[in-house]
Design a protein around this ligand. Structure first.
Ligand SMILES: [Mg+2]
Length: 222
């Protein structure tokens, strides 16, 4: 268990939450040929995991590394990220990024900011050629799970158990279980995550941009 009594923790998803767009979607739309197999069908039919689908798409990349890096600008990282993350820190919030995506692009996107953060995700490396971007499961993480690589709900559960004031923000189906674990005034959702919570009649705070999440947390102090 994490010892964070009285601390404030914002656990946030990355693709579609801290960034407007999703890396895997940009890869599919911009880099892969239309003939590339639809790996989501394997996921929908239960033949492979969420992690396996992303691994398949990333390893199908045959572009040069520079072309892949050029996609990162189009992920639209929250433009006020550095300013708002700094303000959150000054109000006692620690930033924890939990992503079923890949550290290869998350670390590159955040490399220019000086903001301290903890990252739980799947590690990756560029190999190119016939292997593309290689994403590995985080076998040595205490939060490893075969389906998504990282079990976001287990991360949130540890902070909640520790007594920390824990907020969560996410947009996808991989975020729903984690979102359910936090208090409703600290539960931020958009997209599929918001729809899933609404279907279950669970309250949440909707957002369109990550800046709205940060501003709402900053307002808690009045
Ligand atoms: Mg997401």
């Amino acid at each position: 268990m994490i010892n964070n009594a009285l601390k404030r923790i914002l656990v946030t998803d990355f693709d579609g939450t801290l960034c407007r767009n999703e890396f895997y979607q940009l890869v599919r739309d911009r880099l892969l040929s239309p003939e590339t197999e639809n790996f989501w069908n394997d996921f929908v039919s239960g033949r492979t995991s969420h992690l396996g689908v992303l691994q398949s798409y990333f390893s199908a990349i045959r572009s040069e590394e520079a072309e892949v890096l050029a996609l990162l600008d189009d992920m639209a990282l929250e433009p006020r990220f550095a300013e708002l993350a700094t303000a959150l820190q000054q109000h006692g919030w620690s930033l924890v990024i939990a992503s079923a995506g890949c550290g290869w692009y998350i670390e590159r996107l955040l490399a220019t900011s000086e903001i301290p953060y903890t990252l739980h995700t799947n590690p990756g490396r560029w190999e190119g050629g016939e292997r593309g971007l290689v994403m590995e499961p985080p076998y040595d993480s205490p939060y490893y799970c075969p389906e998504h690589g990282i079990n976001k709900a287990a991360i949130v559960a540890d902070f909640v158990k520790s007594g920390a004031m824990t907020a969560f923000a996410g947009d996808g189906l991989t975020d729903v279980a984690a979102a359910k674990l936090v208090s409703e005034h600290l539960r931020f959702a958009r997209g599929d995550c918001a729809e899933a919570l609404a279907r279950e009649g669970l309250p949440f705070r909707s957002f369109e941009r990550w800046s709205e999440v940060a501003e709402a947390l900053l307002k808690l102090d009045g």
